[in-house]
Design a protein around this ligand. Sequence first.
Ligand code: GLU
Length: 457
Amino acid sequence: MTVTVRFAPSPTGRIHIGNARTALFNWLFAQKSKGRFIQRFDDTDIVRSKQEYADSILYDLHWLGIFPDAIDYQSKRFEFYDAAVEKLKAAGVLYACYETPEELDLRRKVRRTRGLPPVYGREALTLTADQIAEYQSDGRKPHWRFLLPNFISDPLQPERTDIRWNDLVRGEETVDLASLSDPVLVREDGTYLYTLPSVVDDIDMGITHVIRGDDHVTNTGVQLALFKALGAELPTFGHHNLLTTTTGEGLSKRTGALSIESLREAGIEPMAIASLAVLIGTSESVQALPVMAGLADHFDPAATSKSAAKFDPDELFVLNRTLLHRMPFAEARDRLSVLGISDTRAEPFWNAVRGNLDKLGDAAVWWRIVNDGVQEKPEFSNEDRDFLHQAFDLLPQEPWDGAVWKTWTTAIRDATGRKGKALFAPLRLALTGLASGPELADLLPLLGREGTSARRP
Ligand code: GLU
């Protein structure tokens, strides 16, 4: 069977680096098994879900290097969920409940004081026909709960029922179905909670592996029971640890913190995000991998640890610099061209400046320095100014070759007796207006004799 995975966010905000971790785990898993990746939008909440968020999620995924084989929306599939509801009702495992949230709350409190687990006590199963008729005449609408298979013959006598699976990430996992309330699948107003549509889709879409965050481990216990109740084969499950910041804070789509969009705008390269999102919280060391295929070689779901994957967002900048410093011109070419860096000097320029970039966009700053001169006229002591005048008088005639810097600075040293920092620092300042930057030997040929002379203080 073709390996088929899905990434299933609800389109209620922009995705963040933690969501990217889930998407990438699925993508890399599919890539490694030559399988399919389905992009599924869990948009049954039609009030909070927005098409613009779905579009932005697809944009972010493409930008990260994830290209879904198919795209689907739960909002277009209600008929299938309705059919599943009928099937569950017919099997007697979906039952109507009439409690209000306040009543449920009160019941939970009572159970707690009695030392019982605060789960739903299935009181709705004991309602008489008269009581139901009364609720209905009061205008109460039922919500519908799935009867968990955690009893032998009497649902009012649940027994410990371990449901087990071999998790791709966590190994042997167990959830005791008696420790859970029967989940509500359909609300009073007929809308669906996440639990049932997800299973129906996983069945219909032939999902072979459900890879998602470990906040879903308990759901898996319930969903495995649902797969069985619907007569379907069980997929393999894998639950990866969640990303948190170093202070242990979780990420949220709602706050927009560490969204892929904001990281892109900050100039972080997609592969810096992907490398961190995949390798953090695993036994692999975090390193900047320039291409997805390389990252796939380092990806192993079983190497993921069980505890939260804490990360420092500053690590992204470190990875970013590494990627840029090694990025071949061919890869940067089109983006440099968008910045207006496109003539025959583009390649030597890139090779000269890439080692100094925090983000690719900074290349534009150096391009301006190369073409338009220093941004702010530097101040020099009289002594340095005299030195620089002497130095500029020694500027070699054209044509220039790659050795022009060496030729020039040797002449300066011989004439002035200056060497080391005393020689290079004022030259750098005069030529670039900055105290540090790319190798002057690489920059000088880009400035040309005319451009260099124009910087004589
Ligand atoms: N919409 C769910 C979420 O974002 C999907 C979980 C799942 O992958 O099953 O948490």
